[in-house]
Design a protein around this ligand. Structure first.
Ligand code: CA
Length: 232
C-alpha cells in the first residue's frame, strides 16, 4: 500500500523539493504550510509519517508534535530543525519525535530516515495486530491466525464449526446469545424452527473445553433463552 507522508513546512521551496523527492520515491505527499493546518491533517488519521518543521506560523512544530502525540502515539514524526536549535531537538525528542534532521539536510539521508521510521512502525504495528488476534476468556485463549485453542496450557482440538461457534460465543462474552442468533450468525442462514442442532454442538464443545475443570463452566445455559459465556 502506498504510504502517505505529511510535510509541514512553511518554506515553499523546501516543501516543494520534499514533495517532489518523496513522490519520486513512490510516496503520496500532503503539504501543509502552517502548523495549525498541519495538526488538522495529522489528526485525520490517514498519515503514515510526518515531516515536521519547528519554526512555523500559526502554531510552532513543538506544539503540533505535543498535540499529535496526545492522540496518536505511533505515527512516526521526524522534526526538521534549524542548525542551532539544540533545545528544540531535545524538547522534540522528549515529546516523542522519532528522529530529527538539521537543515540544510542531504536528501538521501532524509529518505533513509523516512524508510527506517516507516519500517520500525510497521514492526510495532504488526506486534499490536497479533495481540488483537488473540481472543481469550479466563484461562482459555484462541489464536485467530493459527486457529489454536488452549485452555490451562492444554491444546484443544475443535472441528471448524465448533471453532466458529466458540469464537462467536467468546466475542459476545457476558451477553446472552439465543439459539436463533447462533443459527443466523454462525450457520449463516435464517432458520425457522428446530434449533436442536445448536444444543448438540454446544454439548460437544462443552465436553472439549469445560469437562474436567473444577471452575464453573465457561459455556453456561440460560434456560429457555440460550447461552452465555462468562468471564467468572
Ligand atoms: Ca520554517
Amino acid at each position: 500500500m502506498v504510504k502517505r507522508i505529511l510535510v509541514v513546512e512553511d518554506e515553499i521551496q523546501i516543501a516543494k523539493i520534499l514533495k517532489l523527492e518523496l513522490e519520486y520515491e513512490g510516496y503520496e505527499v500532503v503539504v501543509a504550510n502552517n502548523g495549525k493546518f498541519g495538526l488538522e491533517i495529522a489528526l485525520q488519521g490517514k498519515i503514515d509519517l510526518m515531516l515536521l518543521d519547528i519554526m512555523l506560523p500559526e502554531m510552532n512544530g513543538i506544539e503540533v508534535l505535543r498535540r499529535v502525540r496526545q492522540e496518536n502515539e505511533l505515527m512516526p514524526i521526524i522534526l526538521l530543525t534549524a542548525r542551532n536549535m539544540t533545545m528544540d531537538k531535545v524538547r522534540g525528542l522528549d515529546l516523542g519525535a522519532n528522529d530529527y534532521m538539521t537543515k540544510p539536510f542531504e536528501m538521501e539521508e532524509l529518505l533513509a530516515r523516512v524508510r527506517s521510521c516507516l519500517r520500525q512502525n510497521e514492526i510495532i504495528t504488526n506486534v499490536t495486530n497479533h495481540e488483537e488476534d488473540l481472543l481469550s476468556i479466563r484461562d482459555l485463549s484462541i489464536n485467530m491466525e493459527t486457529r489454536e485453542v488452549i485452555r490451562a496450557n492444554t491444546s484443544i482440538s475443535l472441528t471448524p464449526k465448533e471453532f466458529d461457534l466458540l469464537v462467536y460465543l467468546i466475542s459476545h462474552k457476558n451477553k446472552i446469545v439465543t439459539r436463533e442468533n447462533i443459527i443466523k450468525d454462525v450457520w449463516d442462514y435464517d432458520y425457522e424452527g428446530d434449533t436442536n442442532v445448536i444444543d448438540v454442538f454446544i454439548w460437544h464443545l462443552r465436553k472439549k473445553i469445560d469437562e474436567g475443570y473444577t471452575s464453573p463452566p465457561i459455556i453456561q445455559t440460560v434456560r429457555g433463552v440460550g447461552y452465555i459465556v462468562k468471564e467468572n
